[in-house]
Design a protein around this ligand. Structure first.
Ligand SMILES: [Mg+2]
Length: 192
């Protein structure tokens, strides 16, 4: 039996870095407390990491994909694991008015990565601060958690019936600790 890979799909704004609307200035890229340690701990445990972010500012003409990519590079510089810390990155450029392709809650990116890397859904997690993150995970039939850095988003999420079955963590750091403890509890053949 092949070793099982644990994969974590991470939202960017409000999950790893402070959510600043339509971030474009490199100087505004700011890690959330504990995010650096969370990523380090997940990397040490050999988790695959995917970055999955809605960037409607691109479709709206407020920011360019080049600016988004440069902010990603700055974030990765701050995380300290080099520019290949993520196994793949998806920046969904559509606006809410467009027909969604990759824009969360579309599960398309997650579904593609599961196929590409031969991942097991029960070992995949989507983590983000908005309902759309959680629903992307639910739509892909993987585990989904809410990183509650945004009180308003948390409150509106709690109004959805699906929220009853979803774990909520105050930070990415707390989620990573929980996940790694869960992994530790897996049977040996399921570990990697
Ligand atoms: Mg977010």
């Amino acid at each position: 039996m092949a070793a099982v890979k644990t994969a974590v799909f991470l939202d960017r704004d409000g999950t790893i870095i402070v959510d600043k609307n339509y971030l474009k200035d490199l100087n505004d890229v700011e890690l959330l407390p504990g995010a650096k340690d969370a990523i380090s701990n997940l990397k040490s445990a050999k988790c695959m990491l995917f970055l999955f972010s809605n960037q409607s500012g691109v479709a709206r003409g407020i920011i360019t994909m080049d600016e988004v990519s440069k902010c990603n590079l700055r974030m990765m510089e701050l995380l300290g694991h080099g520019p290949n810390v993520f196994d793949a990155i998806c920046m969904a450029p559509e606006s809410p008015d467009d027909i969604p392709v990759y824009r969360k809650p579309s599960p398309k990116f997650i579904v593609e990565m599961i196929a590409k890397f031969d991942l097991l859904k029960e070992h995949c997690y989507m983590a983000g601060d908005k309902a759309s993150d959680v629903f992307a995970g639910i739509n892909a039939q993987i585990n989904a958690v809410l990183i509650a850095t945004n009180e308003e988003a948390k409150t509106s999420f709690l109004e959805s019936p699906e929220s009853k079955n979803i774990k909520i963590f105050p930070s990415l750091f707390e989620f990573a600790n929980w996940l790694l403890a869960e992994k530790e509890a897996m049977p040996p053949e399921a570990k990697k």
